[in-house]
Design a protein around this ligand. Structure first.
Ligand SMILES: Cc1ncc(COP(=O)(O)O)c(C=O)c1O
Length: 412
C-alpha cells in the first residue's frame, strides 16, 4: 500500500520557521463594504473566482445541442487555434489540466531515468511532479530576489551533460528573464518548456509567455486568468513537438491503423464542453489582463508606503499579469508577521493564500533534497501571501482590503 512521506517540524530544523500556520477561518463579514452592491451575495471577499461574463453559456449550449460533448468537436480546434494565436504560437494542444500539460510536453522530449530537469525550488508542486512522472531527476534552482522568478544565472551554472530540459515557471504572472536562459540552454542543446500556468497574456520584451521557449504549458483551472473549470494547453512553434503531443494526448493511436500503438500514450484529452468555455474565455483575455493590471496598480498605490509591506515587482522588460497580487511582510517593520496579518484580514472577511512552500521543504521530496538550501525561495515562503486577485474585484473591495492592512499595522 502507498504510505505518505512524513516530515515533522522538528526534523526540518531551521527550515521549520518558514512553514506557514494553518489557514485562518475567514469570518463572514456582511457589513465589510457598505457601498459594495453585492454584499448580499458575497459574505467574504474570495482570493479568486472565475469571471464567466462572455459567450460561455451560448457556446456550451451549442456543443450540447449539436451532440458534441466529448473530446471531438469544433470547439477543441477553435480553442486551440485561438489560444495559440493569443500566445503568438503556431500550435496549441488542449489537454485535461495544467499538470498533464507539463507531463505531455516533457514526454515529447523522450526523457529517460538519469536525465536531469532544472526547475525553480519556488513553484507549485505540479511542476516537479511532472518531472517525476517522466522518471527524470529534478534539479532545483533558487529564485532571484528582485522579481521572485527562477535565477537564470544559477540555472545556467547547474546545466550538466545530463541536463535535458529546463522548466522556468512565470510565477504569479511575472515572466522569467528568458533571453539569457534560452542562450544558455541552446548552447548546451537543452530544451526549455515554460510552465506558464499562471501567466496567460504575460509578456517578455513584448513577446507573449507561451511562445518564448521550445514549448509552454498552461492551466485553465478555476482560479486561473482564463478558465475551463479544469483544463490545460501545450503551446509551441515546433511542429514535431505539436504532432507528438497531439498523438500522446490521445493514447498514441497510430495513423496506419486503429488500436496500433508505438508509444505509451495517455488519455489527457479535453472535452468539447470545456473547450466551448475556453473559447469564450480567450475572447475576453485582454479584458481580464487589463483588469488585473488595473487592480494591481490600485493596490500598489494604497500599499506601497505602509512600512514593512513589499508590493509585487515588475521588471522593465516585463508585462506582469498579476495572476495573484502577492505581497511580502517584514515582521519588524510592519509590526506583525505574515500569519498574524492574514489572521487580521480573515477576521475582516478577506480570504488570502500563503506563497508556495518550496520543493526542498515538501515531505514527499525531503529525502531527495536533504541539506540543500534556497534562501530566496525560503524568504518568499516565510513572508509572502496573496490578496484577493480576481479580474472581477472592485475598486471598493481594493480600498477596503488596503484600508484594513493600513488600519491593523501596529507601526502606523
Ligand atoms: C505553476 C503551476 N504549474 C502547474 C499547475 C497545475 O495546473 P492544474 O491545477 O491545472 O493541473 C499550477 C496550478 O495551479 C501552477 O500554478
Amino acid at each position: 500500500m502507498l504510505t505518505p512521506s512524513e516530515l515533522s517540524l522538528e526534523e526540518m530544523g531551521e527550515l521549520a520557521e518558514i512553514i506557514p500556520a494553518s489557514d485562518p477561518e475567514v469570518q463572514v463579514h456582511y457589513r465589510a463594504i457598505p457601498s459594495f452592491e453585492e454584499t448580499t451575495r458575497r459574505s467574504i471577499i474570495p482570493v479568486c473566482e472565475p469571471t464567466l461574463s462572455g459567450n460561455e453559456l451560448q457556446y456550451v449550449e451549442q456543443a450540447i445541442k449539436t451532440n458534441w460533448i466529448s473530446s471531438a468537436g469544433s470547439f477543441i480546434h477553435d480553442f486551440e487555434a485561438t489560444f495559440a494565436a493569443a500566445c503568438g504560437t503556431r500550435y496549441g494542444i488542449a489537454c485535461a489540466n495544467g499538470t498533464v500539460a507539463i507531463h505531455l510536453a516533457l514526454a515529447t522530449l523522450g526523457l529517460e531515468p538519469g536525465d536531469e530537469v532544472l526547475l525553480p525550488a519556488f513553484t507549485m508542486i505540479a511542476t516537479i511532479n511532472a518531472v517525476t512522472y517522466c522518471g527524470a531527476t529534478p534539479v532545483l534552482v533558487d529564485s532571484e530576489p528582485d522579481y521572485w522568478q527562477m535565477d537564470v544565472q544559477q540555472a545556467a551554472e547547474k546545466i550538466t551533460p545530463r541536463t535535458k530540459a529546463i522548466v522556468p515557471v512565470h510565477i504569479y504572472g511575472h515572466p522569467v528573464d528568458m533571453d539569457p536562459l534560452m542562450e544558455a540552454a541552446q548552447a548546451h542543446g537543452v530544451a526549455v518548456i515554460e510552465d506558464a500556468a499562471e501567466a496567460h497574456g504575460g509578456e517578455y520584451k513584448g513577446r507573449r509567455c507561451g511562445g518564448l521557449g521550445d514549448a509552454a504549458t498552461f492551466s485553465f483551472y478555476g482560479n486561473k486568468i482564463i478558465t475551463t473549470g479544469e483544463g490545460g494547453m501545450v503551446t509551441t512553434n515546433n511542429a514535431e513537438i505539436a504532432k507528438l503531443a497531439w498523438n500522446l494526448r490521445d493514447h498514441a493511436f497510430s495513423t496506419e491503423r486503429h488500436f496500433w500503438h508505438k508509444f505509451v500514450g495517455f488519455n489527457y484529452r479535453m472535452t468539447n464542453l470545456q473547450a466551448a468555455v475556453g473559447l469564450a474565455q480567450v475572447e475576453q483575455l485582454d479584458k481580464f489582463v487589463a483588469a488585473r493590471r488595473r487592480n494591481a496598480a490600485e493596490y500598489t498605490s494604497r500599499l506601497q508606503d505602509i512600512p514593512g509591506i513589499t508590493t509585487p515587482p515588475q521588471a522593465e522588460w516585463a508585462k506582469n499579469v498579476y495572476w495573484m497580487y502577492g505581497i511580502l511582510v517584514d515582521k519588524e517593520a510592519y509590526g506583525m508577521n505574515r500569519d498574524q496579518l492574514r489572521q487580521a484580514l480573515a477576521e475582516h472577511g478577506i480570504e488570502t493564500r500563503t506563497f508556495f512552500i518550496p520543493m526542498h521543504c515538501q515531505p514527499v521530496y525531503w529525502q531527495m533534497f536533504k541539506g540543500q538550501r534556497y534562501p530566496v525561495a525560503e524568504r518568499l515562503c516565510r513572508d509572502g501571501f496573496y490578496l484577493p486577485s480576481a479580474s472581477s474585484l472592485t475598486l471598493e473591495e481594493i480600498e477596503y482590503i488596503a484600508g484594513v492592512i493600513r488600519e491593523v499595522c501596529p507601526n502606523l
